[in-house]
Design a protein around this ligand. Sequence first.
Ligand SMILES: NC(=O)C1=CN([C@@H]2O[C@H](COP(=O)(O)OP(=O)(O)OC[C@H]3O[C@@H](n4cnc5c(N)ncnc54)[C@H](O)[C@@H]3O)[C@@H](O)[C@H]2O)C=CC1
Ligand SMILES: O=C(O)[C@@H]1CCC=N1
Length: 270
Amino acid sequence: MPHFEKMLIIGCGNMGGAMLAGWLAAGESAARFTVLDPQLDAAPEGVELIRDASEAGSHDCVLLGFKPQQLGAIAPGIQSLTGPEVTVFSLLAGLDRATLRDAFPAAHAHVRVMPNLASRIGKSPVILCESGLTESEKPAALDVFGKLGTALWLDDERKFDIVTALAGSGPGFVYRFIDALASAAVSLGVEPDMADSLALATVEGSAALAAGADISPGELADRVASPGGMTREGLNILDADNALKNLLVETLRATADKGAELGRGAAKQP
Ligand SMILES: NC(=O)C1=CN([C@@H]2O[C@H](COP(=O)(O)OP(=O)(O)OC[C@H]3O[C@@H](n4cnc5c(N)ncnc54)[C@H](O)[C@@H]3O)[C@@H](O)[C@H]2O)C=CC1
Ligand SMILES: O=C(O)[C@@H]1CCC=N1
């Protein structure tokens, strides 16, 4: 029997919407999806949009796409949608499998899923951590989420918050870097429009080159730095006392700590 044929997306904002757009762009049939969202203006063409749990038809999986802080308020109203034939896929940052099992005790299986906004263009890493899937369902889950980019299992759930910081929140940090690169150039006299477009094109080209390269980004950085040339002087600023690395350690740590806090908050909810 095929798995995950009909998905009910409960909460379809920025992240759920990006995933739905990604699946449709990858050629998935709109009929496979229903969206339950009381506030969404419209769903993509062909996707059923419902406003209340009582309107839901049949499905074999749900994708939770509301905010982690809403779990306690929303879970009681969607119990009837998460019965023994239904797998719960959850985007809720910080909320572990035990919390999901407590919230949806009747569900067949519980799977944490961490994508990022590049799901929309099929370029997202998607990290999965499951409890209760059968051996035949595991590759099926990887296939569904692999349509959004690169899906992989994480067995050690203790690392989920830190990989969320890296791959889920990561685009936010990269966008901040692009912005900072451009605004640094502006402060040194480059026209704002030119600085923005050069910073973006540089990051886009660098990432694409690194993704297809057979050497590491660290080695590529050294390759940009011609001996005795300009780039090394700039790298020396970023590398001094591990300045950039230390900043990013703090960034990822603060992000992951918030995941743990969200998890503790959800565990306390009735
Ligand atoms: N934004 C991102 O880049 C990422 C977000 N996530 C996770 O995705 C989830 C959603 O985050 P965003 O999309 O950023 O938030 P969002 O605020 O854009 O979307 C939340 C959606 O939930 C809907 N909603 C509110 N109450 C509801 C209810 N009672 N029933 C059904 N739907 C309801 C809202 O109308 C909204 O469309 C969060 O759990 C977050 O941790 C995970 C990875 C990346
Ligand atoms: O900021 C958040 O909580 C979510 C989780 C990862 C990215 N966005």
